[in-house]
Design a protein around this ligand. Structure first.
Ligand SMILES: NC(=O)C1=CN([C@@H]2O[C@H](COP(=O)(O)OP(=O)(O)OC[C@H]3O[C@@H](n4cnc5c(N)ncnc54)[C@H](OP(=O)(O)O)[C@@H]3O)[C@@H](O)[C@H]2O)C=CC1
Ligand SMILES: N[C@@H](CC=O)C(=O)O
Length: 335
């Protein structure tokens, strides 16, 4: 049986999640794609941390060694920061290799040029995992709201912030302890600055903006505030008034101007995002025909993020002409 040959860039929370999901669900992937998916190489920074990987997988710090492997089909990118990720993915697209990325910091800035490059080279970029973790907002907008015109997004887009706010409110723990828990659970970035100062939610909002409006507002004009200055006293006071702080990202068009803001807001219980707690994200999408749809689901973590990336893999390879396209499990097939 032919194989889909994949490389992982990064073997931290997300990279390990992808490996686990590909391994655990090999049979399902074989049914869906008519092919096995094989991880042939993994790029890391410090190979001594990754000594227990199977011997048939190339573990390297040198991207050249990966991109020159014969018959490489796809690269999953789960490293940190704008560079070298951008250069690696540009190189992969130029070589005709599909790309699946979780790297929102890089993609917020370079979505447009990378998507153009992918089109030029007749390959695909999956980026579901860049926004809202395991919650499938990208494909919902891209594929299920094509006749609709999306007019507004109001969303909780950072799992760490929502986890911290919920923990401070429900368990009365302090900010530092809640952040340490979010790190321990694999929700927060290794450097959590972007989680708590609003940058991560901002980056995700810009990715949605690019997808929906094929444009982004001028970054310096978007007001961006994180949750880092909220104190336990603020949170308890809100609770005593039956309110909650939530970190909200909003974008809409006013005339031909894009308006966006990312900030903590005090919500009353009638607000649709009031009950979104823990690591969950929620995205209220308002469109001209259907009205408002709200997607809710895990916004961070190993398996939710890997789920989004492996679903991207299926979306890319299912469309290759020789592949099968079976959408139902046998025991769920319609009679
Ligand atoms: N964690 C989450 O819930 C989510 C994360 N993301 C994004 O996914 C990406 C990965 O996140 P996560 O797995 O949590 O991060 P981790 O810090 O857990 O892992 C990062 C991995 O990337 C490797 N790495 C980092 N920089 C380089 C480099 N320059 N060259 C080669 N390898 C490198 C590290 O190598 P080594 O192991 O040797 O140190 C490590 O294996 C990030 O861009 C993040 O923003 C997106 C959605 C959700
Ligand atoms: N650190 C991010 C991870 C997912 O994008 C978050 O907490 O939302």
């Amino acid at each position: 049986m032919k194989k889909i040959k994949a490389a992982l860039l990064g073997y931290g929370t997300v990279g390990q999640g992808i490996h686990e999901v590909l391994h655990e669900h090999q049979e399902r992937l074989r049914i869906l794609l008519g092919k096995e998916v094989e991880i042939v190489a993994i790029l890391v920074q410090n190979p001594s941390k990754h000594k227990n990987l199977p011997e048939n997988i190339v573990v390297t710090t040198n991207f050249e060694e990966i991109i020159t492997l014969p018959e490489l089909d796809v690269v999953f990118e789960a490293i940190v920061g704008e560079e070298p990720a951008l250069s690696y993915l540009t190189h992969a697209l130029d070589k005709g290799v599909h790309v699946i990325t979780a790297n929102k910091m890089m993609f917020a800035k370079h979505a447009k040029s990378l998507l153009e490059k992918a089109r030029e080279n007749d390959v695909k970029i999956g980026f579901e995992a860049t926004t809202a973790g395991g919650t499938p907002v990208i494909r919902t907008i891209e594929q299920l709201l094509q006749v609709n015109r999306v007019e507004k997004i109001e969303a909780i887009l950072n799992g760490t912030s929502n986890y911290i706010l919920t923990a401070m409110s429900e368990r009365s723990i302090d900010f530092k302890t809640a952040l340490a828990e979010a790190k321990e659970k694999g929700y927060a970035e290794a450097d959590p600055t972007n989680d708590i100062d609003g940058t991560d939610a901002f980056n995700k909002l810009m990715i949605l903006s690019q997808l929906i409006f094929n444009d982004q507002p001028a970054w310096h004009k978007v007001e961006k505030t994180g949750i880092k200055d909220l104190t336990s006293t603020d949170i308890q006071a809100a609770q005593e008034n039956n309110k909650k702080y939530k970190h909200i990202a909003v974008i809409y068009k006013e005339g031909d101007q894009l308006k966006a803001e990312v900030s903590p807001l005090l919500l009353s219980s009638s607000h649709p995002l009031y009950n979104i707690d823990g690591v969950d994200n929620a995205i209220a999408i308002t469109s001209n025909i259907v009205g408002t749809i709200t997607l809710i689901g895990p916004g961070a973590g190993k398996l939710p993020t890997a789920s989004a990336m492996v679903e991207d893999l299926v979306a890319i390879f299912q469309h290759e002409p020789e592949n099968h396209s079976i959408h139902q499990y046998k025991d769920q097939a319609a009679v």
